[in-house]
Write a protein that binds this ligand. Structure first.
Ligand code: MEV
Length: 387
């Protein structure tokens, strides 16, 4: 039986949520918790999700990715999708980005990719796909209907893991996240869930870290640009843990992001607070580069003060942060806030976890910077291809 399974990690934000939407720097790490997406041919020629009919309107991320990668108008057959994992939903841990990245990777593996035959310079170019570094001789044109225009003699089809590209999965996930957040989304969650490790987003190209790509998104008020980098965690990160405390309060990101946008519309002078979060994130990046985790922790706590000031914390988050503080280097909410999760940076994960649980939170423990997207199974892939 043909089958493809891909998985992607959740994420936790150390610095800069909300301000990153406005182009400021931020840092996120991939966590040990993951979402896995398995796809198989549908047994009854209908789209299925976990054995029931797939309601596209209630699953906008999946719908958006199917439209990009599995176009029915070209004969792509319905699939049966199965999702499992241990990232709580709508809780600031990147569950929708992880789902989107894993779904994009599974669909790409199930389809494969057309590339050109190597040219004189031994370069192989994508003939179809989405990404910030496509080296196709012709600019990629979505309206052409996804497929190579070259004659069969000039192209071939790659399958399995080698057809998957981290950048493509991240860019597609960013697109569907932005649609779900009324057009306002940074590429932080999608990049972290795809590439894994420690991701630094910045308004400038950072020194001393690996540059990945630039992202641009036209939002209602302005076009925003971000430079995305991957940083190898400092060696002393081995002694560090993240203890994540879940308030259990459902907190969809789109609503929180819209609340901040409304606040700024009502009172543009409050952009100063957003700018301050950007400055804090910049100091956090410097502390991380120096491997100074005491300072990283203090900077996280400072970041929390500003997140409270812009109204995205909550009494439940404050309660768990207070409980974690004595045993940790620093603590703050993670993600959009309003509920969802907080995160503490600690060398004493058990003590911090016990304190958060005693205060009523459910905890998860993670290292800093787990591995990114992976293709876990690709039996008899591709499931469908178009010549
Ligand atoms: C959500 O995990 C992080 C926010 O900054 C939104 C975004 O970056 O798109 C609140």
């Amino acid at each position: 039986m043909e089958c493809v399974t891909a998985s992607a990690p959740g994420k936790c934000i150390l610095f800069g949520e909300h301000a990153v939407v406005y182009g400021h720097p931020a840092v996120a790490v991939a966590i040990d918790q993951r979402i896995s997406v398995k796809i198989q041919p549908s047994p009854n020629n209908l789209w299925l999700l976990d054995g029931s009919s797939l309601n596209m309107n209630r699953n906008p991320h999946i719908k958006g990715l199917i439209e990009k990668l599995w176009p029915e108008q070209f004969g792509a057959p319905p699939l049966s999708i199965h999702i499992e994992g241990n990232i709580p939903r709508a809780s600031g841990l990147g569950s929708s980005a992880a789902l989107s990245v894993a779904t994009a990777a599974a669909l790409r593996t199930a389809r494969g990719r057309w590339v050109s035959k190597t040219d004189g310079t031994q370069q192989q170019h994508w003939l179809e796909g989405f990404g910030s570094t496509i080296t196709n001789s012709e600019p990629y044109d979505n309206s052409l209907g996804f497929f190579a225009q070259e004659s069969p003699a000039e192209r071939y089809h790659i399958t399995g893991k080698s057809s998957v590209d981290y950048d493509e999965c991240a860019i597609l996930a960013h697109g569907v996240e932005a649609a779900a957040q009324q057009g306002r989304a940074s590429p932080m969650d999608s990049s972290t869930c795809s590439h894994g490790g420690m991701i630094i987003i910045s308004d400038v190209i950072e020194q001393g870290v690996d540059y990945l790509y630039q992202r641009t998104l036209a939002m209602a008020d302005a076009t925003r640009h971000w430079h995305i980098h991957k940083m190898t965690p400092p060696s002393n990160a081995e002694d560090m843990f993240l203890v994540i405390g879940n308030t259990g309060i459902y907190a969809p990101t789109g609503k929180q992001v819209a609340n901040v946008a409304d606040m700024l519309l009502q009172d543009p002078s409050r952009m100063k607070e957003i700018d301050t979060i950007g400055q804090i994130a910049r100091r956090g990046i410097e502390a991380l580069k120096e491997g100074d985790f005491d300072r990283v922790g203090r900077t996280m706590t400072e970041n929390q003060l500003m997140l409270s000031s812009i109204g995205v914390s909550s009494p439940e988050l404050d309660n768990l942060i207070k409980a974690a503080s004595p045993s940790s280097l620093g603590a703050k909410l993670t993600g959009a806030g309003g509920g969802g999760c907080m995160v503490a940076l600690t060398k004493k994960p058990k003590e911090t976890s016990d304190a958060i649980e005693l205060a009523g939170g459910r905890t998860l423990i993670s290292r800093l910077g787990s591995s990114g997207l992976s293709i876990d199974d690709s039996q008899n892939a591709p499931l469908w291809t178009k010549a």
